[in-house]
Ligand binder design. Structure first.
Ligand code: BT5
Length: 337
């Protein structure tokens, strides 16, 4: 398992790769001399050449012009920290970005990193997952190079019983990112799906390590179908599934989406730490598809019908039954009647 790039390991320092790419960007397609590069990077010309080759190895197209220098022709269509970081406005979320060409599951990697002490806001992203995880041992289809698979490590000072609040926070963040990068109208479906035109475009899987009175860390697992095409969806999915490309009719930049998501998470998490759960809940309610609708909730063999009235502090869906009583539902599948 190899991460091809990491960003800001030392809390803010730009990596050499970022320095090189930053200089190329400043020059907007012009030639940058080896001398200039070695001056900025404070390394020898041979070291510059090695770095250029490493960038080529990742997929950057860089032309070498004898006795003049180098020119950046194209960046790869990959979710690299060096690319995500360009113009990224977030402060906490994504301070450290770790990206993989492929991994088993970003949630698993993030969990392990968190156990080893990775800081609040660390983000793990993969181009593809071999065994992407859904809830309850289900699988998340994770074809390479078309979608976003992302896990964020958070260390909020909250009781474990409040952890579901972060699931709602991540749902709101995904909805904001979809709105920021497309003209589509996403809806949040309790507890952890995002729908566009009735099809599931994103799923959330939040995992936690906790003691009785304290959360050690929470992993926000976020999978978004961005440019996935029909043939990439297997038969027999639990719900109709779709992607932003299929619904909007045009490809969405994965980099722009990733940045929009990290910024939304950053903003919401900041507000959550200062103002608590209230604002998240309010926005969730505005963006969900069940409020004040008649719903049927099924869980295993049981079924319940009523009017959805909201969500509570612990993630429960509040359903008003025909006799006026409010029932709190903690797990199940919701269908709007
Ligand atoms: C989820 O589970 O919706 C949570 C998905 C979380 C995925 C992210 S990707 C990054 C991070 N790393 C991981 O390993 N996981 C997280 P659930 O509600 O249980 O839905 C799973 C069900 O959705 C499956 O059983 C399929 O029926 C269906 N499904 C599988 N892949 C899908 C896809 N790409 N798009 C839509 N539906 C899918």
């Amino acid at each position: 398992m190899k991460d091809f790039f990491t960003r800001n390991e030392e809390g803010g320092a730009r990596t050499l790769n970022q320095e090189i790419l930053g200089l190329f960007r400043e020059k907007r397609g012009e030639i940058v001399s080896g001398e200039e590069l070695s001056g900025v990077m404070q390394v020898s010309r041979t070291a510059v050449w090695k770095h250029i080759n490493a960038l080529r190895g990742i997929g950057y197209r860089i032309e070498a012009i004898p006795s003049r220098g180098y020119r950046l022709l194209a960046a790869p269509d990959l979710l690299l920290p060096e690319e995500i970081a360009v113009g990224l406005q977030s402060v906490r979320i994504g301070r450290r970005l770790i990206c993989f060409r492929e991994t088993v599951s970003t949630n698993e990697v993030a969990f392990r990193l968190a156990e080893e002490g990775a800081e609040d806001g660390t983000v793990v992203i993969a181009e593809g997952q071999r065994r992407g995880k859904g809830r309850l041992g289900r699988q998340w289809e994770s074809p390479s190079g078309v979608n976003l698979y992302c896990s964020v490590i958070l260390r909020p000072p909250i009781l474990p019983t409040r952890a579901a609040q972060l699931t709602f926070l991540s749902a709101v963040a995904v909805a904001r990112a979809i709105t920021a990068t497309t003209t589509l109208r996403p809806f949040i479906k309790w507890p952890n799906d995002l729908l566009v035109n009735g099809g599931k475009v994103a799923g959330l899987l939040n995992e936690m390590s906790a003691e009785t009175e304290k959360v050690n860390f929470i992993i926000l697992g976020i999978g978004v179908n961005i440019n996935m095409v029909r043939e990439q969806f297997p038969d027999g999915l639990r719900h109709p599934a779709t992607s932003l490309l299929l619904e909007g009719g045009k490809a969405v930049s994965r980099l722009e989406f990733a940045r929009a998501l990290l910024v939304a998470l950053d903003d919401l998490y900041d507000s959550y730490l200062v103002n608590g759960y209230g604002p998240v809940r309010e926005e969730w309610l505005c963006r969900c598809n069940v409020l004040d609708r008649e719903v049927r909730v099924t869980f295993q063999e049981s079924e319940l019908r009523g009017r959805a009235k909201g969500i509570d502090e612990e993630g429960g869906l509040l359903v008003q039954l025909a006799d006026g009583r409010i029932e709190r539902v903690l797990a199940g599948d919701v269908t709007i009647i």
